[in-house]
Write a protein that binds this ligand. Structure first.
Ligand code: AMP
Length: 287
């Protein structure tokens, strides 16, 4: 596995591969890798000739400085996992490569309809940073296929919108959320859960499954209210428990009126903020 830290060398390796007709698959990450990330890599290997993974803990998407500081960075272990998974290149840039002086990396896109709700409401500035870093990484790597996780539902929707609106010549492949046997969605943040919270945290998935099973019996407003209450009873501090249209993210009043539906949750498990979601109707990410 090649490890490239500089933009220039990265681009020259990539253009060599491209000249030989190789299709490039790209998996952007912030490291602290787990099976969810590796499943994206495996998926990329199935349909791309070369797989590039980036690790960059992007400061511009953290609205909470202590979250950025506490973000785990086990780089040696990450390198081992990626090499074992058959990754062709790890792009490991420094901040000066991603955000060079004098380069305007901001992205001017009207995205409020996606980012004005849920995560965007609770993490001001977060999606602006996500858009900026992903666009910059895409400019450097220029993949044929981009692989992202459903785990970060709004993020995947946002990047899909950017690719479509800017006409970027690549396909976005959104992969299902990888879960522990307990149902807990894998996340780099899970390692900060206390042993007690590790036992409680799967409650998020169970409660979303309850919401799915209740769709036929209860009105959406009742489901979201009861879902929130169930999580609060388990000890979570809930930021949102929402049932929305899978494409527009608009609140749902009559499920019959929507082709796609998704339950989205953000809740604090002690000092750790967890997000998760469950598609309960349709396939929002198929075009
Ligand atoms: P992160 O390192 O958290 O920025 O995540 C990098 C990519 O991995 C994003 O596209 C995430 O949506 C995806 N990802 C994170 N956790 C999971 C998971 N449990 N299952 C599938 N994809 C995931």
């Amino acid at each position: 596995m090649l490890i490239c830290k500089e933009t220039k060398t990265t681009k020259s390796h990539l253009s060599r591969w491209r000249e030989k007709g190789g299709r490039i698959g790209f998996v952007p990450t912030m490291g602290a890798l787990h099976q969810g990330h590796l499943d994206l890599v495996h998926r990329a290997r199935q349909t791309s000739d070369r797989v590039v993974v980036s690790i960059f803990v992007n400061p511009t998407q953290f609205n909470d400085p202590s979250d950025l500081e506490k973000y785990p960075r086990p780089i040696e272990e990450d390198i081992r996992l990626l090499a074992e998974a058959g990754v062709d290149m790890l792009f490991l840039p420094g901040e000066a490569d991603v955000y060079p002086k004098h380069l305007d990396t901001s992205v001017s896109l009207e995205v409020d309809h996606i980012t004005g709700v849920l995560e965007g409401q609770h993490r001001p500035g977060h999606f602006k940073g996500v858009l900026q870093v992903v666009k910059r990484l895409l400019d450097i790597i220029g993949p044929d296929q981009l692989f992202m996780g459903q785990k970060d539902y709004q993020q995947s929707a946002l990047i899909g919108f950017m690719i479509k609106t800017l006409g970027l010549p690549m396909a976005l492949v959104v992969c299902p959320t990888t879960r522990a046997a307990s149902g807990l969605a894998l996340s780099s943040r899970n390692q900060r859960l206390t042993p007690a919270w590790q036992l409680i945290a799967p409650g998020i998935y169970q409660t979303m499954k309850w919401a799915e099973a209740s769709l036929q019996q209860l009105p959406p407003e009742k489901i979201t209210q009861m879902g929130r209450e169930q999580l609060e009873q388990q000890g979570f501090e809930v930021e949102y428990f929402a049932l929305v249209d899978g494409k527009t993210l608009a609140a749902v009043h009559d499920p019959e009126q929507h082709d796609t539906l998704v339950v989205l949750v953000a809740a604090w498990a002690g000092k750790v903020r967890l997000i998760d979601n469950l598609i309960v109707k349709g396939s929002p990410f198929s075009s």
